[in-house]
Design a protein around this ligand. Structure first.
Ligand SMILES: Nc1ncnc2c1ncn2[C@@H]1O[C@H](COP(=O)(O)OP(=O)(O)O)[C@@H](O)[C@H]1O
Ligand SMILES: [Mg+2]
Length: 452
């Protein structure tokens, strides 16, 4: 299953929006074939509070509507839109799905709708469900071993359960298995499955899936990190920087990444039929703040590596990272923007970027319309830089030199006080002095770079 379209009405910050998501097989026109476009990725960008997490929740609600509505353990909280002027009568989410052989006899485009109504100040209730499928599909819907309706959601709070605490039988007492896969998007206390619990079982019962899982995890790790195929004292270890370490000993950045990709492989192995490859399974994976704790070097590679390792999964990521954004085409990106009306009430909209992003630097992306920053410099320093620019325009060559030095070397070039002189200088002399200063400061920057 993939989610093609989503219509959202009166859900949290959204009054009414419609969006189309990328999925394997979806064709998108590109400005050039050198642009990296990942057909299975949609990247949501937007300010804090713009509505990125709400979109992930809406996808989960729309795609898993029948599961959410049937004693799944899901308790709707603050989903119906409430503003200071009014509370909406209902929220409505309609998901346009693309069903395939995993879902059974009913393949092709299908849509299903979920509506919620407010119950009290903050709690809501699922009101109706428009679900057209047969009883046969209903059965597949609730069975975790079935690849039907395969959808996983990882929130920014994703946390792996310490492996010795895991009690597999109690995991499903409160939440139904398919709801549990997205429950982290709605609840705080949902934990992910540690490798050392499920890998040994997989090795015993499905050795081909076990080998494939190790290989896939390794393909999605940063260069220099490797998951070892043999456990030591029941723990699976990662070889990083010459040390073999269990998951719990990894740094926050590794844990934030390895935690969800290994949980993803766990669920793929649970739902993949024997004799099928894990990589063939189709489904949807929602990851909030994909760049959480990532070093910039890994931000440059992470999304393409993940999406190319699992090309049959549809990924929807959110991010604040301009580096992650610059690794993809603008056709991979949707912008979530908050607009404030005349009553001071905010309402979010979803747009496509109007400029190509692939290959731009982080600085260019941050100062483009997409992030809208006036500069990436410290705001106090930027104020002084603007003053220096005005002085350079009005004053002599010293002011121009000072400005150029501040541009290239930052506050380190700021120690000299602004020159008071308004000496008459010939335009030619001014031009030569500025050119010399620019070249000097360029050389200094280059030397600093070469020194590392
Ligand atoms: N019931 C509600 N009605 C209206 N707005 C809400 C409601 N619940 C939350 N919000 C607002 O929805 C906005 C979007 O939140 P979220 O999706 O978490 O943003 P993001 O993930 O982009 O930071 C928040 O600014 C929040 O104030
Ligand atoms: Mg969020």
């Amino acid at each position: 299953m993939y989610v093609r379209t989503l219509s959202i009405q009166n859900l949290r910050c959204f009054a009414k929006v419609k969006l189309e998501l990328n999925h394997p097989g979806r064709e998108q026109p590109l400005r050039s074939d050198t642009i990296r476009h990942l057909p299975n990725v949609t990247l949501l960008l937007g300010d804090n509070g713009a509505g990125k997490t709400t979109v992930l929740r809406a996808i989960a609600l729309g795609a898993l509507a029948p599961v959410m509505a049937m004693s799944s353990g899901f308790v709707p909280f603050s989903l119906v839109r409430r503003t200071k002027l009014k509370t909406a009568a209902r929220a409505r989410i309609e998901a346009g799905l693309l069903l395939d052989e995993h879902e059974g006899e009913h393949t092709g485009e299908e849509s299903q709708t979920l509506t919620l109504r407010p119950l009290s100040d903050f709690n809501d209730l699922i009101e109706t469900l428009d679900f057209p499928h047969s009883a046969n599909i209903r059965k597949r819907l609730y069975d975790e071993r079935e690849p039907a309706y395969f959808i996983l959601g990882y929130s920014a709070n994703r946390r792996v359960e310490p492996y010795r605490n895991v009690d597999e039988s109690s995991r499903y007492k409160v939440r139904s298995p398919k709801y549990l896969r997205v429950a982290g998007l709605f609840e705080e206390n949902v934990t992910l499955m540690p490798l050392s619990v499920w890998l040994p079982q997989l090795r015993r019962h499905e050795s081909a899936h076990f080998r494939e899982a190790i290989d896939l995890i390794n393909r999605m790790l940063p260069a220099g990190a490797k998951l070892l195929g043999n456990p030591r004292h029941d723990e699976y270890l990662f070889r990083i920087g010459g040390s073999d370490l269990p998951f719990a000993a990894l740094s926050d950045g590794y844990r934030a990444h390895v935690g969800w990709i290994s949980d993803l492989l766990y669920h793929l192995s649970r739902s993949c039929p024997p004799r099928r490859k894990l990589v063939d399974l189709r489904g949807v994976v929602l990851v909030d703040e994909i760049d959480l704790h990532f070093h910039p070097q890994w931000q440059r590679q992470a999304v393409p590596k993940i999406a190319q390792a699992l090309p049959n999964l549809q990924f929807v990521f959110t991010t604040h990272s301009p580096i992650v954004t610059g690794t993809l085409s603008s056709a991979n990106v949707l912008l979530v923007r908050e607009c404030i009306d005349k009553n001071g009430i905010s309402r979010s909209v979803i747009e496509s970027p109007d400029e190509e992003l692939y290959g731009l630097s982080a600085d260019q992306i941050l100062t483009s319309n997409i992030f809208g920053l006036d500069s990436t410099r410290d705001s106090d320093f930027f104020g002084r830089l603007q003053t220096a620019a005005r002085e350079a325009r009005a004053g002599g060559p010293e002011a121009a030199i000072r400005y150029m030095r501040m541009v290239s070397a930052g506050a380190a070039a700021e120690d000299s006080t602004p020159p008071p002189s308004r000496r008459k200088v010939s335009p030619l002399r001014k031009k030569r002095t500025v050119a010399r200063a620019t070249s000097l400061s360029h050389k200094r920057t280059q030397r600093a770079k070469d020194r590392g």
